[in-house]
Design a protein around this ligand. Structure first.
Ligand SMILES: Cc1ncc(COP(=O)(O)O)c(C=O)c1O
Length: 377
């Protein structure tokens, strides 16, 4: 028998739900990907790039022109002046960014704090680095009790991972959260922060607080972002890391052996496209979708939780059923024709909370049809 390095990892619920959605011809609001058309300007640029001499390896840290374009966006949105040569790394999506950062920085036996519910790629990366993932549950409203977090820190704690705006809950961290986190990092000078900000341009009533703006902690932080989320191109698997040079030097040592460099044609395309785009319009685009979905669902028996950012809406089905969330989600797909993700999928120790996650990165038609079905339950 092969001794698995990840004995507890099986087929993810995302795969299970998408397969079930296909088999039952259900509307798929489960996996987080857009089903609308990509900007035709982006496609036009890509076509020209494909006809040019862009098909060989890009430089290991990424095309300089793409790194400069990212540095300009970071300066514009967060007033942080980055050194594009040494503080930005282009990655194959945020997933590779996170995996590479954890592999490079976490040693055997070091602890990493993960706040549950959490995106599913953090824990396996920590395990493969032979680190110890310490899961701390958020409160019922998905706020974070920072005292609880600080209480879990030991002299072996290397890293805290935050995700803001948050998948799956759709919540966003507030100034008070960052004040508390900054105090913790000041009390523990060796602690590093991994701030997963893939939804940084999708926020609603309150502006996004990026770690890029926080001078006291950004010099000890790795920030990850994803062009997949920002430009509706999740299949391209393009993202990047912003980190201070001393951390990024270590991360690049791993990067050059797990991918060496990232898809060159996609990098050239994004380098030409990014400077032309006003990223501040993305929030408005998704806010309309969020509002449409919430308004349509107001007549349903689902209770919608607040949604402050990301393209996910969490809802309680307590008024409909007392089933566990996996059974309920499967039944929603097979009997009512809408696929969702049960929230327990994001926990090490799932609470009994009767919650499911809807993805509203869908055409208005899809959202209308899904809500019609959901309102009949
Ligand atoms: C919170 C979070 N982090 C990271 C990722 C991965 O991003 P990418 O597709 O760029 O690898 C996702 C994708 O769903 C996500 O939701």
């Amino acid at each position: 028998m092969l001794n698995s390095k990840l004995p507890n990892v099986g087929t993810t619920i995302f795969t299970v739900m998408s397969k079930l959605a296909n088999e039952h011809n259900a509307i798929n609001l489960s996996q987080g990907f857009p089903n609308f058309k990509v900007d035709q300007q982006l496609i036009a640029i890509y076509k020209t790039i494909l006809d040019s001499d862009t098909h060989q390896y890009a430089p290991m840290p990424g095309l300089p022109q793409l790194r400069y374009a990212i540095a300009e966006k970071v300066q514009h949105h967060y007033q942080r002046k980055l050194q594009a040569e040494t503080e930005i790394l282009i990655t194959a999506g945020a997933t590779q960014a996170i995996f590479t950062a954890i592999t490079a920085l976490v040693h055997d036996g070091e602890e990493v704090i993960i706040l549950d519910p959490a995106y599913d790629c953090y824990d396996p990366a920590v395990q493969l680095a032979q680190g110890i993932a310490k899961h701390i549950a958020m409160e019922d409203d998905f706020s974070i009790d920072w005292q609880k977090v600080e209480d879990q820190i030991t002299d072996k704690t290397k890293l805290i991972i935050i995700n803001n705006p948050h998948n799956p809950s759709g919540t966003a961290l507030k100034k008070a959260d960052f004040d508390a986190l900054t105090a913790i990092m000041e009390n523990h000078p060796n602690l590093l922060l991994l701030s997963d900000e893939v939804y940084e341009y999708i926020y609603f009533e309150q502006p996004h607080i990026s770690v890029n703006t926080l001078a006291k902690i950004r010099e000890r932080s790795i920030i990850t972002s994803s062009f997949g989320k920002t430009f509706h191109i999740t299949g391209w698997k393009m993202g990047y890391i912003v980190a201070p040079e001393n951390l990024l030097t270590e991360i690049k040592k791993v990067h050059q052996f797990n991918v060496f460099s990232v898809n060159s044609t996609a990098q050239h395309t994004l380098a030409a496209y990014l400077p032309q785009k006003d990223l501040s319009t993305l929030s408005g685009f998704y806010q309309e979708k969020r509002n449409l979905f919430r308004n349509l669902m107001a007549k349903s028996r689902f209770e919608l939780l607040p949604c402050e950012g990301s393209y996910f809406q969490v809802a309680s089905y307590k008024a409909i059923s007392q089933e566990d969330d996996i059974t309920f989600s499967k039944r929603l797909t097979t009997e009512f024709g809408v696929a969702v993700i049960p929230l327990s999928a994001f926990y090490e120790k799932p609470p009994k909370n009767n919650l499911v996650r809807f993805c509203f990165a869908k055409t208005d038609d899809t959202l209308i049809q899904a809500a019609e079905k959901l309102c009949k339950i």
